[in-house]
Each structure stands twice: as structure tokens, then as C-alpha cells.
Design a protein around this ligand. Structure first.
Ligand SMILES: Cc1ncc(COP(=O)(O)O)c(C=O)c1O
Length: 419
């Protein structure tokens, strides 16, 4: 069975016609790109949605996290504990802030931080814990926050994957002293680049507000590049992806020519900070994010429906499905991860590719993704997080986004069960 239209897990997955049209119109309105009222409007709408008291918009989750770390005024070299099986975009802001990342192993059940290993990795230099809600599965916050209180550590939530997820009937993002969200291209909502910092502590909130005010806007050129992204991906890349790899050639060409951006710059794999961080949220991207935020409940409901299709049919001895909703956790499923046998993911991806289904989202093969990230530069000690190392070799993610219909999900599930 060959699908005519290519199916993607990433490549602007959340973008619908109205988003492409909005980005297209904005390309011709440069006076709206930098300053404007929409960043403040986005902050307000975000507060109303998430139930937080303060929110500060940045041009990425990375910038938001950097502002939070700066607001903590930690001594240089202080340790920030975070889980392995993460993205270098969560590790680098720690390094760029002159702090030291220390990796904690994960639990198979949630793909989130393992509390027992967290306790083991705490040292006298530990100052903060970054708790990630991987793929929209809330972490076991009570356990982790108990450990933070016991050891006098600051708790920061990494909500990059999990806008709208709930823990004990409250939206995540309000459990730590501060937290950040991402509106990156393949997150729950997307403005290609964008992020939000939230502070639940009034002192931190005041400091983050000042830090944000002192950051610059990204350049006109950079904003233009991001506005082009949804338009060119939809018109020039996606339709030709299955055609002898033509779409991929176009994508790489556009990225090489710097006409469109990459989610993570090449230098970041070596721990080098791009010059467009840390920056404020430009108005043009805030307009895109506002349009997406309007649809967040709808897209999350959709993700849950698609996840249900996968979960019902894929359970069995061949696959382990993390993220069961117990202990008051409500998922939003940025992805639907499937844990299979060692060496199987590469074969599965190849098999799907032949059907014109592109499932490689880069979340595999390494404890710090994308795969060619320099683990020494990230301060990762080989063997220190065995579960994360194992999962990274055995994971395949399935798409759940709004452009995946229930029928497509059924087909993907049938293909995978028959594999
Ligand atoms: C787990 C995690 N944390 C943080 C980030 C940083 O978000 P952003 O891409 O908006 O900088 C990302 C995304 O790249 C991520 O996957």
C-alpha cells in the first residue's frame, strides 16, 4: 500500500491553511515584524490559558530558559540536574549561562526523570532541577518536588513538549518556581520559533521581566526567514518529498542558502550559541503563535484521539507503549512513542519511508538529540544513564498532529503491527 501524499511527523506538522496564509500576508508587512502589541497579547492569552500569574515571551524556549537561569543569579559552575534523553536545546542554555548540566536517568514508564536516580546525582554543588515532561507526558511532579524541597533545590519545569498537559487536574507549568514553553516548529503549537517563560515566584518574575526588557529583538532578516518557513515548506518541500527525494533536496538547499532556518543550528551540537539567542519575541511571530494558541484545545483533543487509536491496537508483546495515564497525569501527546526491539527502529523507518511516510523526527539514537550532538561538550558521561541510552536505541515516534486523520493513524498502526 503506497500513500500518494507524503505523511510527516515533523516539518511544520501543526501548520494549517490559515497559518500559512497568515505567514504569507505577514511577509508583506515588515512594519509588524518587530515591535507591536501582539507579544503582550500573546503573554496575556497564554496566562489565561495556562492559569499562571506571569508570562514573558521570547523568541524561543532556549531564550526563555536562559532568562530564567539568569534570574536565579546562581554562582558560575553550579550544577543544574536534568534528564538524559533530551534535546541539546535544553542542555545548551545551562552551558551558555556558565552552569554545569548533570544528567539524571529516565524511567521507562514515562520517559521522564527517575526520582531515585535524581537523589543519587545530587551533590553539594547542585542548585536547580529541570524537570522535562517528555512528549507531553507529565513527570511525577510530587516525587520530584519533594526531593527538591528536601535538598533545597530550585525546580524548573521544561514544558517545551507539553502545553496543555495536566497533573492532578492542574495544567503543568505551575509546579516549579519557574517554567518555560516552546512554540518551535514541531511543538504543540508553533510559530516556527518562539517560547514563553513563566515564573510562579514574584521575585523571579520581576527579574525575568527586567531581563526580557533588556534583550533585543531578533533582526528583520531573521524574522523574515521564520515567516518564509511555513510558506516554503508547504509549497516547495512537502509536495515533492516522495518524488525521488526531491523535496528533501529542496529543503536542504533552502537551509544551506539560509532562506529557511533549522530548528537547531549546526554549532549547537558543539555547544555554540547562535547569535539570535537570547532575544525577545518579535511581534510577527507572536501573531502566528496567537493564531495557533486559539486552536490549542482542538489540536490537543485531536492528539489524544489519535493516540487512543495507536494505543488500543499496538499493545502486545512486540511493543512497549510508555505514557499510561495514571497518578493524575493527563497527556497531550506531542508524539506517540513506541519502544521496540534494538536495531528495529532503523528498519521500521526505512519500511515506512517506502510507503511515503516519514517518521524520523530526530528523537533517537542519542541521549542528547539530535544524533550528532557532541556528548562530551554536553557534559554527558557515557554509561551514566543506562535506561536513557537503551530507550534512545529502541524508540520510534508516531505522529499525532492535526494533519494526521484517524484513517491515516489506522493505516500507520496496521503497517506497524504487520511489521
Ligand atoms: C525538551 C526540550 N526542551 C527545550 C527545548 C527548547 O525549545 P526551543 O526550540 O523553543 O528553544 C526543546 C526544543 O527544541 C526541547 O525539545
Amino acid at each position: 500500500m503506497i500513500f500518494r501524499k507524503p505523511i510527516f511527523i515533523s516539518l511544520s506538522p501543526n501548520v494549517q491553511k490559515d497559518d500559512v496564509w497568515l505567514a504569507f500576508k505577514l511577509i508583506f508587512m515588515p512594519w509588524k515584524w518587530k515591535k507591536g502589541r501582539d507579544s503582550a497579547a500573546l503573554e496575556e492569552k497564554f496566562r489565561n490559558y495556562s492559569g499562571v500569574n506571569n508570562s514573558f515571551a521570547f523568541n524561543s524556549g532556549r531564550s526563555a530558559f536562559m532568562a530564567i537561569l539568569k534570574s536565579l543569579e546562581l554562582e558560575k559552575g553550579s550544577e543544574v540536574l536534568l534528564q538524559a534523553f533530551t534535546c541539546n536545546a535544553a542542555v545548551n542554555p545551562i552551558i551558555w549561562s556558565g552552569l554545569k548540566p548533570v544528567f539524571v536517568d529516565i524511567e521507562k514508564e514515562t520517559l521522564n526523570m527517575n526520582s531515585a536516580d535524581l537523589e543519587k546525582k545530587i551533590t553539594p554543588d547542585s542548585r536547580a532541577v529541570l524537570v522535562q515532561h517528555t512528549f507531553g507526558f507529565p513527570a511525577k511532579i510530587d516525587e520530584i518536588s519533594g526531593i527538591c524541597q528536601k535538598h533545597n533545590l530550585i525546580l524548573i519545569e521544561d514544558c517545551a513538549h507539553s502545553l496543555g498537559a495536566e497533573y492532578k487536574s492542574r495544567k503543568i507549568g505551575i509546579f516549579g518556581q519557574a517554567s518555560f514553553f516552546s512554540f518551535g516548529r514541531d511543538k504543540i503549537i508553533s510559530s516556527v520559533y518562539g517560547g514563553m517563560a513563566v515564573a510562579n515566584d514574584p521575585v523571579l518574575s520581576e527579574r525575568i521581566s527586567k531581563i526580557r526588557d533588556n534583550y533585543q529583538y531578533p533582526s528583520y532578516c531573521w524574522v523574515f526567514q521564520q515567516l518564509l518557513h511555513p510558506v516554503l515548506i508547504k509549497i516547495l518541500v512537502m509536495p515533492f518529498y516522495g518524488l525521488f527525494g526531491l523535496g528533501k533536496i529542496v529543503l536542504v538547499g533552502l537551509q544551506k542558502l539560509k532562506i529557511i532556518s533549522k530548528a537547531v543550528a549546526r554549532g549547537e551540537k558543539q555547544g555554540i550559541m547562535p547569535r539570535y539567542f537570547p532575544k525577545k519575541m518579535p511581534n510577527g511571530l507572536a501573531i502566528l503563535a496567537l493564531n495557533q494558541l486559539k486552536k490549542v484545545d482542538e489540536v490537543n483533543e485531536h492528539r489524544r484521539k489519535i493516540a487512543e487509536i495507536y494505543r488500543k491496537k499496538l499493545s502486545g508483546p512486540n511493543f512497549y507503549l510508555p505514557g499510561l495515564e495514571n497518578g493524575g497525569r493527563k497527556n497531550v501527546y506531542m508524539r506517540f512513542p513506541v519502544i521496540c526491539g534494538k536495531n528495529e527502529p532503523a528498519q521500521i523507518l526505512k519500511f515506512f519511508q517506502k510507503q511515503n511516510i516519514f517518521l524520523d523526527d530526530g528523537w533517537r539514537k542519542s541521549v542528547v538529540v539530535p544524533v550528532s550532538t557532541d556528548l562530551d561538550k554536553m557534559n554527558y558521561i557515557k554509561g551514566s544513564c543506562p535506561m536513557a541510552e537503551d530507550i534512545a536505541q529502541r524508540i520510534v515516534n508516531l505522529p499525532t498532529h492535526i494533519n494526521i486523520s484517524p484513517d491515516t493513524a489506522e493505516k500507520i498502526k496496521n503497517l506497524l503491527s504487520g511489521f
